[in-house]
Design a protein around this ligand. Structure first.
Ligand SMILES: [Zn+2]
Length: 98
């Protein structure tokens, strides 16, 4: 189990996910990789018709990673806005399990 792989700009410290070639804040192109496994739920929603084949409704959350960017994560537990959660990363998708 690992955290979400966030690219952190070597010049200004801005974190992005998914990765980009240039930093949207300062334009630099050098990155350090940091795995971030903690975050806070900013919004949560249920998607009834997912764009990918998954069983049943899919619950998603916007999670602000600790010191990092906002990511869309799949919710595999109940979570409400403001909850501190642990975010894992599997098959290219951030997932909130705990
Ligand atoms: Zn930067």
């Amino acid at each position: 189990v690992s955290g979400v792989p966030v690219r952190v700009c070597a010049r200004c410290g801005h974190g992005v996910f998914p990765e980009r070639s240039l930093c949207p804040r300062c334009g630099a192109g050098e990155w350090a990789l940091r795995e971030i496994a903690r975050g806070r739920v900013e919004e949560e929603t249920t998607v009834l018709r997912a764009p990918v084949p998954l069983d049943g409704p899919v619950r998603l959350a916007l999670v602000r990673l600790a010191d990092g960017p906002l990511v869309i994560a799949r919710l595999e537990r109940d979570a409400a806005r403001g909850d501190e959660v642990e975010v894992t990363y599997q098959d290219g998708v951030p997932i909130v399990r705990i």
